[in-house]
Structure formats: C-alpha cells, structure tokens
Design a protein around this ligand. Sequence first.
Ligand SMILES: Nc1ncnc2c1ncn2[C@@H]1O[C@H](COP(=O)(O)OP(=O)(O)O)[C@@H](O)[C@H]1O
Ligand SMILES: Cc1ncsc1CCOP(=O)(O)O
Ligand SMILES: [Mg+2]
Length: 263
Amino acid sequence: MPDWGSHLSEMRRRAPLVHNITNYVAMNVMANVLLAAGASPAMLHAVEEAAEFTPLAAALTINIGTPSAPWVEGMQASARAAREAGIPWVLDPVAVGATAFRRAAVARLLDHAPAAIRGNASEILALAGMAARGKGADSADPVAAAEDAARALAQRTGAVVAVTGPVDFVTDGPRGWRVANGHPTMPRVTALGCSLTGLVGAFLAGAVDRAQATVAALAYFGLAGERAGAVAAGPGSFQVALLDALAAITPEDLAAGARVEPA
Ligand SMILES: Nc1ncnc2c1ncn2[C@@H]1O[C@H](COP(=O)(O)OP(=O)(O)O)[C@@H](O)[C@H]1O
Ligand SMILES: Cc1ncsc1CCOP(=O)(O)O
Ligand SMILES: [Mg+2]
C-alpha cells in the first residue's frame, strides 16, 4: 500500500503556490484551507492578468461555481498557459449539468488537458454525458453510480478523475481507489469540495504519480473532516475545527489514518 503520508510531506516541503480561479462563495475558505495545509494560495481571475500569472504558480485550479463571460475567458487563457508551461491544473465542474453556459465553458476547458477533474457524483455523471440528478452545486447521485462514468472520462481526457461523496472514488482509467475518510457534516459546509480541489492542485505540484497524489489529498482532507467532526458542535464550528485539523495532521497521522482500498 503506498505511503499516503509521503505526499503530504512532499507537498509541505514544496509549499506550492497554487493559482485558483474560483467562485465568490469559496474564495476565502479555499485560501484558508490551502494555507492551513501548508500551501500558498493566490486567487486571481481577471482576463487581463490571469494567464500572465499562471506560469508563476506550481499548479492551477479552475472552478466554474460563479462564472461569467469575462471569467470564462480568463479561465481558458490560464488553462492554455498552464498546459504550455507544463503546470498541472485541476477542473472543478460545479453544477456543470445545470446550464448550457456551464457545459459550453467546460467543453472548451477540456481542450486544455486538465491533470485532474474533481467533482461530486452528479457533476461527473453530467460531464460524462450521462443522466444526472444534481441539485445546483449539490449531488443527488451516489458515488457508485458515477464510477464507470469516471473511468470513461479519465480514458477520454487523460485526466485523473475524483468523484467525491461519502466514499470517494479516484481513477486514472485503468487504476481505481476508494477513499472512505470523511464526515457527514462536510456536505453541510459550503465550498469544502471547492477547497478540496485546491488541495488536489497543491498535491499535484511536482507529483510523479498524479493519481496517487490525488488519493492522498482526498484522504488527508477526509481525515481532517473526521477530526473536526469529533470536536465540532455543528457546521459553524466544524469549518474552524477543519482548518485546525488540516494544520495539525502530520504525514505519520495520514499514513496511519488514511482509509484507502484499491477499486
Ligand atoms: N456524506 C458524507 N460523509 C463523509 N464525507 C463526505 C460526505 N459527503 C461529502 N463528503 C466529503 O466532503 C468533501 C467534499 O465533497 P463533496 O461534498 O462531494 O463535494 P462538493 O462540495 O463539490 O459537492 C470530500 O472530502 C468528501 O469526501
Ligand atoms: C453554493 C455555491 N453556488 C455557486 S458556487 C457554490 C459553492 C459550491 O461549493 P462546493 O461545490 O464545494 O459545495
Ligand atoms: Mg462542488
């Protein structure tokens, strides 16, 4: 079994600058999650500067949570710049099944070869062209229903595909893993999926095995959720406790606490 903790120690050694083009809802918590983990976030989206900034970063994440036409042009330019610079970038297709505008934006972004795609089951099903029961940014499909779609999407795009939920599923096409770490309060706090996408970016910076780095990021975030859930009185204090847990977890904690099985 891989040493999932080694990915955390390597990420903290690099302390990667992660360029995030993300949504209004997630900006603050996503930046705090990255800082608590040991990475360095920068949230920039203006079409006038995004692509100029991307090559300064070790990873890029693109989240379509609150898009508009100028934002989408900045996303496209940064995705192109990341590919040209050989920088891994992660797509978070928030509510991609909800509108034609989101589907068109994502279709263009996939032309720029994301290293990874992280979404909930309804988003991954929709992205793979399957029937999906998403409810805005939330999922109404079980992760298990999206596993085949995730494998097909990974084969089609060459990206690592992570489907998150009660038990996460990660695949690069041929290989697969299930990550059982997590807590039921997590879906009750907004932008934690977005924040996890940022963490995937941080773990992918410099990673050799991008699929295993993605698994490690999901296990780390889920383990932090378990520790937060053990002390929090509700969703409000959960978010604060989650930041504390992310900062406190050591590579040894992750190696011992990761609940990952081959799929
Ligand atoms: N019911 C659940 N039980 C435990 N962990 C969960 C549950 N739902 C989501 N998570 C965890 O919450 C985080 C965010 O995932 P998710 O809610 O699927 O993303 P999104 O917010 O994009 O829909 C992930 O770490 C995932 O494993
Ligand atoms: C509620 C909402 N609306 C547009 S973006 C957003 C946040 C979604 O965050 P997550 O996908 O991590 O739950
Ligand atoms: Mg989401």
